[in-house]
Design a protein around this ligand. Structure first.
Ligand SMILES: [Zn+2]
Length: 342
């Protein structure tokens, strides 16, 4: 059973916006939303995992003497390492074909052919004369997903090692089970109610998927002002409180600038499980709005486990401007999911 400590819900102290309705006219109640049923969860993956694979061009020709096939593979100069995913020989229409070399746009085909003909011993058994050498498109890099493999394999055979984790992330709702979707939906409901309660201010919820406990759910200031008061910064600071820290709470401007109560009152004190744990090791972070670059760095440095966000933002660093978590040189990997509410 998921614990939702009611005292972790924030209380907004901003004055209400002037209403155009007469005070006596109650606003119509919004129909209750079933968050779990309306979620669409999409993993934010690197472009190379989801985009079509670029193509390269290579020279191929027919093997006339099949007895030479095995020898050819050892005799021919190896393909460059960036094409090592290509199978060297393929069968098509009951004929064997072999990749001779990559096409360099600066090389004239006639010169290439001439150089091959001059090396008869190496290319013994291959048809090299006339128009027998063709230029064909092949995959320029190894396919990462099954759909990429299905796309390029008909061009020329390639090696492919299926990635079970990636295939799951590419499934509907990123492969989350019904139970997981219910858990995510419950957290999103809590998050969005906090955000809407804060006059649509961005909200951040930090959740421990092991203890099933919300550690903090707080609003922050709008993403275009005061980065130190963004929801992520304040929520991570509150997690620090649970672990005996909290640099922000000690600043003089803290009380003046905070629009909300960010004091975490989670049941658990959430001691770090391991000495090497960071503030958010193993914790999931839910965001009503895609975070800015600084908040994304906060998520990285605090070692968040998974990040779920609802609304894309103009300067969001998880998909809109860049996919920060997919950059090659960052020192921590975390999964990111976009949640669409229909
Ligand atoms: Zn931010």
């Amino acid at each position: 059973m998921q614990k939702h400590p009611c005292h972790s819900t924030t209380s907004v102290t901003f004055p209400s916006s002037p209403s155009t309705n007469a005070a006596s006219e109650p606003e119509p109640k919004k129909p209750k939303m079933d968050y779990s049923a309306s979620l669409k969860i999409r993993a934010i993956l690197s472009d190379e995992k989801i985009n079509p694979i670029p193509l390269a061009k290579v020279y191929i020709t027919k093997i006339m003497d099949r007895r030479e096939s095995k020898n050819l593979i050892t005799r021919l100069p190896p393909l460059p390492s960036y094409l090592s995913h290509l199978k060297r020989i393929r069968m098509k229409d009951n004929e064997l074909y072999i990749v001779l070399a990559p096409l360099n746009p600066d090389d004239a085909k006639e010169e290439i052919l001439q150089s091959l003909v001059e090396q008869k011993d190496i290319y013994k058994g291959i048809q090299l004369g006339g128009s027998s050498v063709e230029v064909v498109d092949v995959s320029a890099r190894p396919p990462l997903s099954r759909s990429q493999f299905d796309e390029v394999a008909p061009l020329w055979p390639v090696t492919f090692n299926p990635d079970k984790i990636l295939e799951k992330l590419l499934m509907e709702n990123s492969g989350f089970s019904e139970g997981e979707i219910n858990e995510i939906g419950s957290n999103v409901e809590h998050l969005m109610k906090t955000s809407e309660g804060g006059e649509a201010l961005p909200a951040c919820l930090i959740y421990d998927p092991v203890s099933k406990e919300i550690l903090i759910c707080t609003n922050g200031l709008s993403n275009d002002v005061l980065p130190l008061r963004h929801a992520v910064t304040m929520a991570v600071d509150s997690v620090a409180q649970l672990q005996g820290g909290s640099p922000l709470q000690k600043t003089e401007v803290h009380n003046f600038l905070l629009p909300v109560d960010t004091v975490p009152k989670a049941v658990s004190s959430r001691p770090r499980r391991e000495h090497s744990d960071y503030l958010c090791t193993g914790l999931d972070v839910y965001l009503s709005h895609e975070p800015c670059l600084m908040c994304t760095c906060t998520l990285l440095h605090s070692r968040a486990n998974r990040v779920f966000f609802v609304n894309k933002t103009k300067f969001g660093a998880l998909e809109s401007v860049c996919k920060f978590h997919c950059l090659p040189n960052i020192n921590h990997r975390f999964s990111v999911f976009h949640i669409e509410l229909s």
